[in-house]
Every structure is written in C-alpha cells, then in structure tokens.
Write a protein that binds this ligand. Sequence first.
Ligand SMILES: NC(=O)c1ccc[n+]([C@@H]2O[C@H](COP(=O)([O-])OP(=O)(O)OC[C@H]3O[C@@H](n4cnc5c(N)ncnc54)[C@H](OP(=O)(O)O)[C@@H]3O)[C@@H](O)[C@H]2O)c1
Length: 337
Amino acid sequence: MKKIGVSILGFGTIGTSVYKILEEQKDFIAKTYGYEMVIRNILVKDINKKRNVSDTVQIVDDVSYIVNDADTYIVVECVGGHAADETYDNVLKLIKAKKNIVFSSKKCLATYRKEIISAASENDVQIRYDATVGGGVPIFHLLDNLYGTDRIHKVYGIANASTNYILSLMKEADLDYETAKNQAVNEGLAENDPHEDVDGLDAMYKLIILLRFGLGLEGDFEKIEPCAFSVQDNHSVNKQIIYAEMDDFVKVYVGIANVEGTLLETINGRANIMCMESQYGGTKTVAGIGAGGLETASVIIDDCLDILLHKRKVKSIQKDVNVVNIEADKLSFCKMN
Ligand SMILES: NC(=O)c1ccc[n+]([C@@H]2O[C@H](COP(=O)([O-])OP(=O)(O)OC[C@H]3O[C@@H](n4cnc5c(N)ncnc54)[C@H](OP(=O)(O)O)[C@@H]3O)[C@@H](O)[C@H]2O)c1
C-alpha cells in the first residue's frame, strides 16, 4: 500500500468537504486503487479558529510547513478568490518543491495560468483544475480525453452557480435581488465578494480556463469584457452565460442573455451546464451541480486520483487566438435534435 500525503490550502466550504470525503472514502480508495491517502497539513488564515480535524493533521498559517513537508505529494488548493495573489505565490513555492496541485480557485489559475503552466512543466509536476469550472460538473475529465480529431468550434453554458441560484430564486420564489443574493451568500455558494459572481468576473475566469486548459487556446483573454448584471432586466428568461465561438477570431460573451426556449432555460438553482459543438460529433452537453462543498470536493478527489493514476501534462497551445467581444443578441444556442 503506497501512502500519499495530501495537504489542503483553505478550510472553508470546499476544504472541509475535501477533508470529509477523503476521511470517509479512505478505505474504499485504499482497497480500489491501492493508495492510502493521508491528510498532512491544512493551511488557514486564522490559526486560532477551532477546526474539527484529527490530531494527526497539522493546522498551519505559513505555507512553508507544506513546502518543506517531504511527505506531501498532492496539495489541494481551496482558498477564496480574494487571496488570488497570495495563493499564486504559495502555489509557485509548492510547485518548485515538486508538489502536484489540484486547483479550485479560478481567479488565481486564470490570472497566472502562463506562469503556473510553465512552472509545472519546469518542475515536472502535475496540475488539475476540474473544480474551477462548473463545480461538480467534470467538464475537463471529458475534454482531456478528447484527442482533437473532432474540432470543437463552439462552447457555452451556465458556469456560475450562485448567479444561477439568485436568478432562480428571483423567478421561482419571487425574491428581490438583494434577498436572493444574501441567501446565496449564507448558503456558502457565492464568492467572498458576490459581485465577482453577478458581475461576471467569476464566469470570465472560468471561460479563460476553459479556453486555455480545455481547448488549448491562448490569447489576449484580458480583453474579455463581462457584462454586469442589471436588476432592471427581465430575469424570468435570463441566465448568466459564458460563450465562445471559434472562427478567425474567438467570439466571446460573458453576461446575462435571454435563453428562452433553449436547453439552458431548464438549468435552474445551483445547476450548471456546458455545451460543446464540434465538427463531427455535433452537440454534447454535461450538466450537474455547479457549487456546494461536497459536489465540488468530489471532483477534487477525482482530480487527486487522476494525478496518481494518469500522469498528464497541460494541453500544449494548439492555436494563438484573438478575442472579440460580441453582443448577447448574436449568441446562438444548440437544439438537441
Ligand atoms: N463554494 C463553492 O461552491 C465553490 C465551488 C467551486 C469552486 N470554489 C472555489 O473554491 C475556493 C474556496 O471556496 P470556499 O467556498 O471553500 O471559500 P471559503 O469558505 O471562504 O474558505 C476559504 C478558506 O481559505 C482560507 N484563507 C483565506 N485567505 C487565506 C490566506 N491568505 N491564506 C491561507 N488561507 C486563507 C480561509 O481561512 P480561515 O478559515 O482561517 O478564514 C478559509 O478556510 C474559492 O476560490 C472558490 O472560488 C467554490
């Protein structure tokens, strides 16, 4: 039985759920895959807060404990987006110390993707990121296993569960925007700053990660302009969408759009959906719960196992692209027939 040391950065909604699943599924993982997963350290901000963990786990507030822990093989990153710069610094130190990283923070990964990919390659460590887009929807497990013969020319979907949840509460429970937003925050679904969700920044980071890590495209993604949420719009038929159409340019849209009569209209609450259209395969969709501790953590644990079972590198850049922002009325969504 091979022992695998796992350390966790952040112990909030996602970090505690990763801990819970790893503890609960320890025997199953050992029996099925032959790995004894041992939680080593947990990095937090407030070291004095009471944490419900085993005595064998070290709670730390300095990443150097994990950097210097020879027995940590995988680090699961679950720190909030507000600390993206600090998280990047920590992740870089960990990569240089040959730790494999599973990401959940999209802002850190989207913003510093080039530096992170290059550090991972130089240090021969693996990174995974399935939880960064769509929470519990394993979009990259699908994309990483496509070999590129069937070119994807369009991807779009609903990728921000908290905005979707807010819109659903406004529509179905007839709540006003502020009340619905506060409910999403109280249920641990929103970013530390919920404006990152409703104003499309979180969705924009997800689109960037999807383009680079899912499709192997790199370009002037800093030009993507998310369209902010407006309380006045008719939200009974609206969803927050990410959209990219690959042409000579990559035509992108991030923001609220009318999805009446499309498959996207049926995706409510915490659910997310990603749709892909390709040359031969037509339209494929993957849908599921896009936020929540256990749902997201289950994808993170799969990523940890994937590191152990399938050594793989980040997709190489298949094309350098330029992006063009398009208007919501130029989007076209799939018909599943
Ligand atoms: N919540 C979801 O449904 C969901 C779904 C998919 C992806 N994500 C992503 O997962 C990440 C974590 O989300 P969450 O909901 O678990 O956040 P959270 O509940 O706010 O927890 C954040 C954790 O990070 C720790 N932390 C904050 N700043 C830190 C710093 N500078 N150094 C070290 N630790 C720090 C906090 O420590 P203290 O405990 O000491 O305060 C806390 O334990 C976010 O980036 C989010 O975008 C979340």
